[in-house]
Design a protein around this ligand. Sequence first.
Ligand code: AVJ
Ligand code: FE
Length: 463
Amino acid sequence: MPVAERNIASSHPLLERLADARQKSDALFSLVQEQFLYERPIPERHRIVFYIGHLEAFDWNLLNESIARVESTHPEFDRLFAFGIDPAGDGLPTDVPSDWPTLEAVRAYVSNIRSALDQHLEKAMLEKAMINPEAAGRDGFPLATLLNVAVEHRLMHVETLAYMLHQLPSTMKINPTSHQRNLRDVSGIAIEPDTVAVPAGVVTLGLPRNSSDFGSDNVFGWDNEFEANTQEVLGFTIDKYKVTNGQYLEFMAAGGYEKPMFWTDEDWEWKSSNGMNHPAFWRKEDDRWYYTTMFDQVPLPLDWPVYLSQAEASAYANWAGKCLPTEAEWQHAAYGTREGNERPFPWGDQAADSPSAKNLGNFDLRNWDPTPVNAFPEGQSAFGVHDMMGNGWEWTSSVFAPFPGFKPFSFYEGYSANFFDGKHFVMKGGSARTAACMLRRSFRNWFQAHYQYVYAGFRCVSR
Ligand code: AVJ
Ligand code: FE
């Protein structure tokens, strides 16, 4: 069969993953009624249309230099759509819809880039694979690394766009009723909180460079995952489940949002100046609490994890007389064992993308919304901590900072380094919308402490 007639997906596993990721991002944009694609559901972020262009501009800017080195069809869009905005910036964006190109132009850009890249990608993969599977792409990085960057970058946006579309009124989405949940799924029954004692131990964070430690030669990691390092943690007790909406109601009933003593000065100032008195996913109507799901509104499910900012999570922990775990404590509770070795996943060895992994947690884009915090007993860690992978990232108290030996990727210097500013905190685990490939032990996510729209909750520790 001539190369041109074959689907790029059939020629290499990484190209198959790129095609799959494109399908996922296309599916996400197609949830929005076309006339609302210029909306800005989160005030601190770009309008939706930006992200349609961004995913392709990113791939182009990353890959053209390695594989095609052809002239861009649209240098202006390559720049316009190159970078998103971090909500930590001062002031809100003030652009208006007419500042952006038409949908027609953006869609033409997307399809031009896909065909330009695809023409060259298959050939490049075949040629480079024949010479040497590790053959250099850009700056000496294997082409496979660059493709992993493209795939994971797109899948990260598939998740963060879900946060964004979550904030878009469901009347602006296509067929919201077809996704609405059966109200019997929503429980008014609170979970009995419990804690688990975790013994002291040595924790491995990060990935060794050029390692085959995990059974495969090509473990991909982002710049912030290197290098591997160990930390000792003392014994601590940790919540067996993520903190639920039901538990968080108790904090609110105790005046959690009204008493400065639970908040740092900075967080209090932020909360007060924004007039916040409940998590962003909650609504109050006629004195009753409701929860905004992706397509609907349901009576507040008491046994689902509460999603909130790190500032709100810390205030709750202070009220409870506890703390947020450090990144190392979280890692130890998730992957450590009584024997002292560490496992690849909280539940053991089974890969997060294996078919039976659906019994292990709420992840890999199977659901739009959370499940009860005790829904996956088979996914518990060796120490008996539930739900550490999926069903919402977990805030830690650790500032996002480089591991010793950190080197930014030369082709994307700012990916992590722009956020080593003391204002961003590490989140671990994953959400319902996190793709399986990012559920690896070394993956580190981060947001600033006042970002309330992320699918992130927490659990507490006592030391
Ligand atoms: C790793 C999820 C914090 O969305 O800000 C996407 C990922 N960086 N494009 C973000 C990212 C650039 C990043 N997070
Ligand atoms: Fe991006």
